[in-house]
Design a protein around this ligand. Structure first.
Ligand code: PSU
Ligand code: MN
Length: 310
């Protein structure tokens, strides 16, 4: 394959290769959520259910990860189980870390940023996840801004998510994305969702009623050579949405524990997600699983609309 000559480490599974050749709709999926976002066995159950939902909605799933220094696009069931079982022992890989996974031939769970990079290399335009990273609430002390935002500024992939994780500073995250020209499309909503809840108090930039409208915006942006991604914010289904007050008080407790324990850098997001799951007695984990499934289904429909346009 053409890509293989330039990028010897890009390993696209035969199913995904076939889909690429035939111009079929494909949805990229990330692996940090498997290794660092959820415990075993919910992580493998979710990863498999997500792939199935993509298929049920007429697209081909391509879960992305790094195995022994190889950039994998489309994982076998053994590879997925291996990642799920080894969880936090698999390094979390963002843009900064990618070259080292390759040079050291190590394994890696790819964040939204790293998954976008690899998806773009494989020419996959749509990617589904839970919630993107963003500006952290303690930004003034920590200067913690997820590399996901900078990737959205530069890499041409549409990321379908349930908004920005509620552990973050949502208004500041939106300002950052605006500065970098990244539009946030609400899917059938004016309101910016916040991961566990369908509302955050902030608004989205555009409310699209159909996947066709979303696909058109993607196509126009990239045909005009406007570099960068698009965020599609898909609210968590009402049934699984947690009350804003309840989740906010849990987040505050988790944040102060994080400070006490001096947890910084790439450990913060996994720490907060697991603390919140512990404090809500698994309710937040159930919400997290359901919102990812919901995003995978929408992403497959967007991928279909996008291929119908081309
Ligand atoms: N969404 C989830 N669970 C997760 C993540 C997103 O439902 O674990 C991960 C994504 O991989 C995202 C990362 O890129 O959290 C953000 O990490 P950081 O804040 O360190 O950039
Ligand atoms: Mn960070």
């Amino acid at each position: 394959m053409h890509n293989k000559e330039i990028l010897p480490n890009l390993d696209i599974s035969p199913i995904v290769q076939k889909a690429l050749k035939a111009g079929k709709p494909i949805v990229a999926l990330e692996s940090t959520i498997i290794c660092h976002g959820m415990p075993y066995p919910q992580n493998i159950q979710t990863a498999e259910a997500v792939e199935n939902i993509v298929v049920e909605n007429g697209a081909i799933p391509a879960t992305i990860a790094i195995i022994q220094g190889c950039l994998k696009v489309g994982l076998s069931s053994d590879e997925m189980n291996y990642l799920a079982k080894n969880g936090q022992n698999i390094p979390k890989i963002s843009r900064r870390d990618l070259p080292f996974s390759l040079s050291q031939k190590s394994d890696g769970a790819t964040t939204v940023a790293a998954t976008m990079i690899i998806a773009a290399m494989a020419n996959i335009k749509v990617f589904a996840t839970g919630g993107i990273g963003g500006v952290h609430r303690d930004i003034n002390d920590s200067l913690d801004i997820s590399a996901d935002l900078q990737e959205l500024a530069n890499t041409n992939v549409a990321v379908v998510c349930s908004g920005v994780k509620s552990i973050l500073d949502i208004p500041r995250t939106l300002e950052y994305l605006e500065t970098h020209g990244v539009p946030i499309i609400g899917y059938q909503t004016d309101k910016m969702p916040a991961f566990y809840t369908s509302e955050s108090g902030s608004l989205v930039d555009y409310n699209c009623q159909s996947t066709d409208e979303i696909a058109k915006a993607m196509k126009i942006k990239w045909e005009m050579h406007f570099q960068g991604g698009i965020v599609v914010a898909n609210p968590i289904p009402k049934k699984y949405s947690l009350p804003l007050n309840e989740i906010n008080s849990v987040i505050k407790l988790a944040l102060s524990e994080m400070k006490e324990k001096n947890i910084i850098g790439k450990k913060t997001t996994p720490f907060l997600l697991s603390k919140i799951a512990e404090k809500t007695k698994g309710k937040s984990l159930e919400s997290n699983i359901q919102l990812v499934l919901n995003n995978a289904s929408l992403a497959a429909q967007i991928a279909r609309s996008f291929t119908e346009l081309s």
